[in-house]
Ligand binder design. Structure first.
Ligand SMILES: Cc1ncc(C[n+]2csc(CCOP(=O)(O)OP(=O)(O)O)c2C)c(N)n1
Length: 464
């Protein structure tokens, strides 16, 4: 219960019935919470604030802060905050992260967000230990500090040096504001209060990335009483982590322009037909999967189909899935086309599967929905019972491409077959335009691929 700190809920009603805080006596988290809660309330920002909670001792921030709350997986608060601030640019977004959370598992997320100058305030709570899990070494654990995983003290030759995150981020061009403060005594808390407010002001004014590291006592895991822990923070921690401002461009930072919409399929393909999709409820949705070896043109085949569907006025998504392998490994992509906006770009049960090699045929054939079709090259014999209610259509795409003198264009041969078998509800003119577009940077290949497309169409029509 806390009547004074506006910005907090009046009682901290937790699922388990608890009504007080989850913090130990002398812990810095509660003080930092209070500074943030007061700041957002005083500045009238509660309704605009989205607080991203971490994993760690502060995992239950959403029981305390009376504003929007999102819980992030361990280390991911900066990534989640990035997404929120990009999609809701008028919000004040706060990521709150421990030194294990941000300094270890989440370091790259935070570092890259700082480097991009994302629009959120990041509060980094440095208690030099993983507290919630019982006191293991954190990246910020000081040289010689004993923890449960460094019982003889952190040995820098074995464990590396304590990570000085403010100093690292200060090397980057983008951040607007970086400061290290402490909450170990009243004087320091007043300085921390200013820093917290400044970081939130940067968000209120849309001026980019603000980072405040807070040295925070952890009596429980340091095995000290609260008074001794505060002294330890001032006398020992500050030697490794000097307090101070590492960057302040708050006065001259320009408010950021709203970000451009995210990449569209048209941007990706490089052409962009500029045709707007048309709502047509009767079309429903059609899910297709293209699969094979990396290097066979599986992803480009999907892109051509997606681009053609876009040209035909359909809503469409293209979603690649890369295996961990390099060229020659498995690759697949899903294309969804619809008469209304696409809900999900993933295709679990395709209407049509194009399997360009044996592993993908074996892997995906059973996922095709009843009434669906599998198109595959007969050089891959089907050595399994075809799924019931699914049409298995062999088409000699490899042979057709070879006979046209373009053995690499197996994917285009499949495109011709898809059209001939009526598996693509897209006019041929759109398919051909999309095909030509996909070779915009290699015009000499357009004609060759159109030849393969036509030959494949004829072969498939003859086969029907
Ligand atoms: C993916 C994942 N890995 C590990 C954990 C276990 N875990 C929970 S909290 C934590 C460390 C928290 O330390 P810190 O971020 O410093 O916060 P503090 O508890 O000190 O406030 C770890 C490793 C987890 N929850 N999720």
């Amino acid at each position: 219960m806390n009547k004074e700190a506006t910005g907090f809920y009046q009682t901290f009603d937790r699922k388990d019935g608890g009504r007080t805080t989850t913090y130990c006596a002398g812990c810095g988290h509660g003080i930092i919470h209070k500074l943030i809660a007061e700041a957002i309330a005083d500045m009238g920002l509660q309704d605009r604030t989205v607080f991203v909670s971490p994993v760690g001792c502060a995992a239950f921030c959403y029981y305390y802060f009376d504003c929007g709350n999102v819980a992030a997986p361990h280390g991911r608060a900066s990534a989640v905050a990035t997404g929120i601030s990009r999609s809701l640019p008028d919000k004040v977004v706060i990521a709150y992260q421990g030194d294990g959370d941000l300094g270890a598992i989440g370091f790259n997320n935070a570092f890259q967000a700082a480097n991009r100058g994302e629009g959120f305030a990041c509060f980094f709570i440095n208690n030099s230990i993983y507290a919630m899990t019982g006191g293991q070494m954190a990246p910020t654990t000081m040289a010689g500090q004993k923890t449960t995983t460094t019982p003889y003290g952190r040995d820098v030759t074995r464990d590396g040096y304590p990570l000085k995150v403010c100093e690292v981020l200060a090397q980057l061009d983008a951040p607007t504001y970086i400061e290290r403060v402490s909450v170990a005594d009243t004087k320091r808390i007043m300085q921390a209060r200013k820093a917290v407010r400044k970081a939130i002001e940067v968000q209120r004014d849309g001026k980019g990335f603000a980072f405040v590291e807070v040295l925070s006592p952890c009596p429980t895991n340091w095995h000290m009483d609260p008074v001794r822990s505060a002294e330890h923070c001032n006398e020992v921690m500050e030697k490794t982590f000097p307090l101070g401002c590492y960057r302040d461009r708050t006065a001259d930072a320009e408010p950021r322009r709203p970000r451009e919409a995210t990449t569209t399929l048209a941007d990706l393909i490089g052409s962009g037909s500029g045709i707007e999709p048309v709502v047509d409820e009767s079309f429903g949705t059609k899910g297709m999967k293209f699969s094979g070896f990396g290097g066979q043109g599986v992803l480009s085949l999907g892109l051509v189909v997606a681009e053609a569907a876009g040209r035909a006025g359909r809503f469409v998504s293209w979603f690649p899935s890369y295996g961990p392998e390099q060229r020659g490994g498995a690759a697949s992509c899903s294309v969804v086309m619809g008469g209304t906006e696409i809900g999900s770009p993933t295709v679990d049960a395709p209407d049509v599967l194009v399997a360009m090699n044996r592993p993908s045929l074996e892997r995906f054939a059973s996922t095709v929905r009843e009434g669906g079709t599998v198109l595959y090259d007969p050089s891959t014999p089907v050595e399994f019972a075809p799924p019931s209610g699914v049409r298995m259509v062999p088409f000699p795409a490899i042979e057709v491409a070879k006979s046209c003198g373009v053995p690499k264009a197996v994917n285009t041969a499949f495109l011709g077959a898809l059209s001939a078998y009526g598996l693509l509800p897209i006019p041929d003119e759109d398919l051909l335009a999309a095909l030509a577009d996909s070779f915009a940077s290699k015009p000499h290949l357009v004609e060759k691929n159109v030849k393969v497309f036509e030959a494949a169409r004829q072969a498939a029509l003859g086969q029907r």
